[in-house]
Design a protein around this ligand. Structure first.
Ligand code: FAD
Length: 391
């Protein structure tokens, strides 16, 4: 069968692209090997889909070319997506930091995109495995699938990243890029919990569930949010954010008193009989955490037992507690994949491969990775829309 456009991957970016192209009057086939549409939308945002961030700007994304995403984000903005959500009567609210969530379940977003595809007359085939893709001398793509052979003048690859393989992630998009000569930048799990070395794990495992407000820093990433201790290491928004900047061997720096001046605070406390752990719990620390942390830095004592040098050392530890994670929890727990199809090989205005007319890559498969907080869906919508307008 012949179509104008074949989109591989019925996730966030693929559905947006298919709907946009279909509503332009293109004949579109949307293929996916999974049984259900857009499983990642379904599980996103704790089931409520953090569908965009009103502050989405190019500098909230990691990429070898940080400016690449500018054009798509300008062509289809968070306000454009919010307008679609409102047109479909979907209630939403801002949770924090510009993050918009559905009032009801994330199924509402899937149903909305499904309806938009229907309005575009998109032909959809689920549970359809892609066996091979070829491009003839005439520039027409031939896609061999478990459901037959399809041809099209445009092919859009929207197969997402490698995270959560148990719900359908595969490396097909990266393989297709390589098949057509497009480079792929190194891939790694991102927005992912970090794991501790055994000696730290032994100390902090009993703290699983404790959460504390910090400023976390790794490489060029610096975020003020909560860190959550887990059985294996650290998680929570601050850690997920910096994990995208963390590389093996790198230290993680945590400022445990991000609003205060620890040295001054200790001086003000003076030579009192009070245990330092008690003083820290007055600042909102859990007593369990205060004890474990002070044991770890060798300072579980009374305020009066701190000499001037130790006071300075403790203040330094409070502002620059250095933890050395030994890894991440990997693709099984990562929200996204860092790296992807090189932006050097794609037009930022259309998402089409510069050297392969008609071939597009969109969404997470591209080397554009957003922060935590709705940025990744906004990239999926923007890149999907742009390709949909040009395929
Ligand atoms: P996907 O949505 O992953 O879609 C890819 C599609 O391609 C899938 O349907 C898949 O089945 C299909 N596919 C893969 N391989 C093949 C193949 N070989 N043949 C055929 N089809 C194939 N981002 C946010 O902005 N906000 C959030 O709240 C949020 N929460 C998240 C929560 C979790 C637990 C996870 C894992 C991610 C979350 N993300 C969130 C990230 C977001 O889900 C992704 O960035 C986004 O879905 C990427 O869209 P995509 O269309 O590129 O890929």
């Amino acid at each position: 069968m012949q179509f104008d456009v074949i989109v591989i991957g019925a996730g966030a970016a693929g559905m947006m692209c298919a709907a946009t192209a279909g509503q332009r009057g293109r004949t579109v086939l949307l293929l996916d090997h999974a049984a259900k549409l857009a499983e990642k939308i379904r599980i996103s945002g704790g089931g409520r889909c953090n569908f965009t961030n009103v502050n989405a700007r190019f500098d909230c994304y990691l990429s070898a070319n940080p400016h690449f995403c500018r054009s798509a984000l300008a062509q289809y903005t968070p306000q454009d997506f919010i307008a679609m959500v409102e047109r479909h009567g979907i209630g939403y609210h801002e949770k924090k930091l510009g993050q918009l969530f559905c009032d009801d379940g994330s199924e509402r977003i899937i149903a909305m995109l499904d309806e938009e595809c229907r309005l575009g007359g998109v032909d959809r085939r689920m549970e359809t495995a892609v066996l091979s893709v070829a491009r003839g001398d005439d520039g027409v793509f031939a896609v061999e699938t478990s459901g037959g052979r399809f041809r099209s003048s445009s092919l859009v690859v929207a197969t997402g990243g490698l995270s959560i393989p148990q719900i359908g992630a595969t490396p097909l998009g990266y393989q297709l890029a390589e098949q057509f000569g497009l480079p792929v930048t190194p891939l790694s799990p991102a927005l992912v919990p970090l794991t501790f070395h055994v000696e730290d794990a032994e100390i902090f495992t009993p703290l699983a569930g404790v959460s504390i407000d910090v400023e976390a820093k790794a490489g060029k990433g610096k975020f003020r949010e909560n860190v959550l201790f887990t059985h294996k290491g650290v998680s929570g928004p601050a850690i997920l954010q910096v994990s995208s900047y963390w590389q093996p061997g790198m230290e993680l720096l945590l400022d445990l008193m991000p609003d205060g001046d620890a040295e001054r605070w200790l001086e003000e406390k003076g030579d009192s009989e009070q245990l330092i752990a008690n003083a820290l719990s007055e600042l909102g620390w859990s007593r369990r955490f205060a004890d474990a942390w002070l044991d770890r830095v060798g300072m579980n004592k009374r305020l009066k037992d701190l000499g001037p040098k130790q006071r300075r050392q403790l203040a330094e530890q409070l502002h620059r507690w250095c933890v050395k994670p030994n890894g991440t929890q990997g693709y099984k727990k990562a929200e996204v994949t860092l790296g992807g199809v090189s932006t050097q090989a794609l037009s930022s205005k259309t998402l089409m491969a510069a050297d392969v007319p008609g071939l597009f890559f969109i969404g997470e498969v591209v080397d554009v990775t957003g922060w935590l907080g709705g940025y990744n869906f906004q990239w999926a919508w923007s890149s999907g829309y742009v390709a949909g307008m040009n395929c």
